[in-house]
Every structure is written in structure tokens, then in C-alpha cells.
Design a protein around this ligand. Sequence first.
Ligand code: ADP
Length: 641
Amino acid sequence: MSEAKVETHTFQTEAKQLLKLMIHSLYSNREIFLRELISNASDAIDKLRFKAIEAPELITEDAQYKIDITFDKEAKTLTIFDNGVGMTKSEVMTNLGTIAKSGTAEFLSNLTGDQAKDNQLIGQFGVGFYSVFMVADEVEVITLAAGSDEGVVWRSRGEDAYDIESADDLTRGTRVVLHLKDDALDFADDYRLRSVVRKYSDHIGVPVRMLKPAASDADEEAEAVAEFEAVNSAKALWTRSRSDVKDEEYKEFYKYVSHDFEDPVSWSHNKVEGKLEYTSLVYIPKKAPFDLYNREVPRGLKLYVQRVFIMDDAEQFLPLYLRFIKGVVDSSDLPLNVSREILQEDERVTSIRNALTKRVLTMLDTLAKKEPKQYQAFWDEFGEVLKEGAGEDFANREALTKLLRFASTRAEGDAAAKTVSLETYQSRKVEDQDKIYYLCAETYETAARSPHLEIFKERGVEVLLMFDRIDEWLMSMLTEYAGAQFVDVMRGDMTLPGEDSDKDDKDDEETDKGGKKSADEHPLIERISTVLGEKVEGVRTSKRLTQSPACLVLSEHAMGAQMRKIMEASGQKMPETKPYFEFNPTHPLLEKLDGEPDEDRFAELAEVLFDQASLAEGGTLTDPVAYVERVNRLLLELLNG
Ligand code: ADP
């Protein structure tokens, strides 16, 4: 080893940034580096256990899996050794020199420099191995991959670069040596270390060992003969019976599987016996991960078969819209050599997925009923993802629609907060109301101030206000809740509570066909139609408006503005849809307009009303310059007059 060549490599830019953060900004709760290291060691053992199913020769030596933790107070070192799968040189360089997570650069650019906030963000990101630099100023990773005879040493001070050299005479596995910072020497203390180690390892299925106290301060040589003892109970948490597991242990296990810093909101641990046998332990996290809306990121449960770890991110056990759920599933029926492809087609997996989906939805329902505040916080984080489910999961639609929350014209407190359930909405319906009214817009403000709401406000009829990108799509998938039809107040000729819908449909037909047949039709209809011409589908008097002069209304099946934007953003060309122009004949502006003899001036005013109606609902004008010119001409007239 004396002649070994040392290579120096620089960290990938993102890794460098993250390291800098570890070293300079993160101080709270530093002990979590041990959780990360124990978790990596246990994963390494899980991986080897899995590999050894097909290649038992990998573990002919050193077959007792273990994680050993030692320290040397004088040398100021802390060492974590595992006899797991180890790493080859190229694995070391990839795993400890780069960050493979997609979206890392974006994540890093979101950090604010404000420690409390950044700590939270980092928690959502998961810090992993690099957290060692919170407590160490130099770290060595000495590793030999199972089945290889070329050992590797990685060494770094967590700055720009790391050194790599080869090493002989290693035993299989990975040894991480931390040269502790002076302010982190409390981790070289038997009592302190034991309590931290127990906390972070009690639930994993491998013995985590420390030297028996009398010997633990001894030097390297003595260590070789000193006796180790297990510090943890070494029983995988989900294999224990529910009544034996304390809440604290469930929470720690969550942090272990999720790499989250925070406690989960709730969890559900179940052993299923019968035709299918499996154990599942699923958690609802508190905070959404930074890349929740990147649908490509691998995620899912940790899969075990008969307690042997098979894979991370087994996405087949939950639908995509429950991608935020963390946990494990341990099946007794699946074969040990199961692959992702097999999982995709296996009927047993489908049954487990259906059952787990129901279980999670029940958990959420219970949370909503028993802990409405916590549910609200959950909804603020994950509501939009759950909406994907309400739209796409037909089988569970009822359960999912119950979980939805919306902003509303009658929300108490902060009206923009999405707090109203459909059940609450139903309970507040006015007399004769058999429909659920809603409105979609770009922002809460546009929705809340929309002219389309005027008649509803006047009659005290609640309208749900929707302004998430996904809402218009969602509402195109949902038709009713508990027998009440959803009605978009911006579309068609909707009926108000207490009105006879048949009669109204007939009225609508008559005006739609150019409005020429109805005897009592308003004279403005024809005059405005002549001006607006091809821009609109039709012109009619409005029953929606009580304050505003005019509004635009989509026909029943036309694509809304939000969907159109999404489709166009994805590069699809959408056919033009024309709105109806509805005016309020009792508004003073229209009364005046009705008496306007000059056709040019009439046209000018009608155009302005049309553009304003479009602006009021957050639309963009096709010719904004023409609008400005018109308004300016009118202003000038006013000022001159
Ligand atoms: P994560 O564990 O979230 O993937 P880490 O930064 O903690 O991220 O580790 C990066 C990778 O380094 C791991 O995914 C694993 O492949 C490898 N690794 C870390 N520690 C060990 C170890 N003790 N034995 C084998 N591989 C390890």
C-alpha cells in the first residue's frame, strides 16, 4: 500500500454546493449523520443479502452480517464498519462524488441562506452521506466490494476535491472513518454514542455492535480482541407486533426509510393473512418532497420478500398519485428473484396495491375526521396530487372526492385557503339547490372577483373557487358528488336554484340561433352581434350579472382557458373556441348604449365592453393596442366634453 498512487478528483458542482452547506450552515440536530451512516450500512447489507441469493459464494466468508461502531477518543475518530456489499472504485466515485438526484441544481437554487428554512428544505431533500461533514473535518471511506479483490480508499475534507487510492488486505464491506471536529467530540463517548445508535438502529434487522464498555477506550490492537455486543434489538420493526412498537420507534423507522427530518403525520401497520400474506407499514409524511411534481422520479415502497430486502422504490404497490407515501411492504408469496417487470404483471401485486390504496385513503379519511387541522396541513402540501387521483382513479373516486378541499365564496377565515369539503358545501345549500357550483380561474383573486359570481352572491348561493392548474381537468373528470351535479358557473346557460331547467333550455336555444325568433328579445342583441361578429358564438342578456355590465360565457363543452394554456404549453395547437357575450341590460352603461344613435360610436363602446369582460376574468386581449386606443379616444372625448 505504500506505493499506492493517489488520484485527486473534484466533486461535481452540485455535490460541492451541498457539501459547503453541510459544513457551514447546518448545525441543528447534527446527530442525524449517524442515522444516515447506519442506514447506508444496513442498505449495503440488504443488497448483499439479495445478491447472495443467486451468488452464495459471495458470503462464504464473514457470513454473519453486522454493523460495528468504534471510537478513539485520543485520535478523535469514529468508525462505522459494515460487512455489506461494499463498493468498487467506479461506484465510490459515482456514489460519493456526485449527486444523481434529478432536480438537484434547482433544489439548491431554492435555498435561501436562512438557516431554519434551509434546514427544512434539506430535510425534504435528504442529505445522506454528506451529512458526515457536519461533525467531521476529514472522512475516509475504505471499502471492498463483495466478490472483488481490489480495495479502495476515498478520502476528503469535504471541500472541492477527494482523493482515491487502492488498498490491499481489506475484508468485504465498508469502513467509514470520521475525524471528528473539536466541537463534535461528544460523539466519541460511549454513553452518548450508545443512546444515539440505539435510537437510530433499534428497528433495523442487523445487529449494530459496540465494544463492551470496559474495552471501548482501548487502542486498535486491543480492539481486535475486545468483545463486541449488540446495541440494538436487531429485529426489523415491521415484523414485530403492533402492540410491541412504541410511537417513537415508528417515527424513527419512518425517518430511516424516508430520510426525512420530520416526524410523519400518521402511519398504518398491518399484517395480512389468508390467500395473500404480507405485512405493510405505510406513512404519511408531513412535507412534500421538493420534486413531488416530477412524475419521472422513482418512488415507492421498500419491497421485502420474506424479510429479505428486494428493492427500493417499488412503485407497483401504490398508484402514482400516492407517490408521497413512504414505507415497506414485505410479501411472503412473491419469489425472491422478482423483478420490476414481473411486479408489473403480477396479480398478487395488483391485489396488494388495491388493498394498500384503500388503506391509505382510509387513513386520510380518519385524519380528516379526527384531526382536521392536521388534515388541512396535509392538504396544503399534497392536495394537488390527490386531485390527480380523484380524476384518474375511477374505482376509488368516491373516497377521493370526499377528501377534496376547495376555496369558496363562503369560506370562513382566510377565504383563499382551501378548506371547504364537498360535504360542508352540501350542508350549506340553499333551498331548492340541487347542484354544486364552481368556477375556475388563474388565481384566487380573479376567481373571487369574477363577475360570474354576482347573482350567486346576491342569492347567497355558495360557489367553489378553483385556481390550481389541475382543477379544470379534474372537473372535466368529475360529474357529481352524492347525487349533486357539478356546474361551472362560467359555462352555458346554467340554472339557478329554484329555476326550472327545461324552460331555460328552451330560452337558450332560441337566443343561440341568432336570437331572431324570440318576440321579447332585447334590441341590443342584434346591434352588438353585428359589431362583435365572428368574435363570439352569440350575444344574449345575462342572468348572472347584477353589478357588471358584461361577461363572457363558454359553451357547455368548450375547452376552458386553463386547459387550453396547459395544452398549448405542451405544444398542441388548440382549435379556437368562441365565447358568448352576455350583457346586463339594467346596467346604466347598457341603458345608455341602447340609446346611442351613432353606429360608429356604438361599435366603439361595444368593443370596449367586450374587451373589459375578457380582462375581468383574467383573459388576455387579442389586440391590446386597439383597446388602449379606444379607451383613450373615449377619455379624450370625456375630457374635452
Ligand atoms: P442515499 O443513501 O440516499 O442513496 P447517500 O449519499 O447516503 O445517499 O449514499 C450514496 C450512495 O453511496 C448510496 O446510494 C450507496 O450506493 C453508496 N453507499 C453509501 N454508503 C455505503 C456503504 N456503507 N456500503 C455500500 N455503499 C454505500
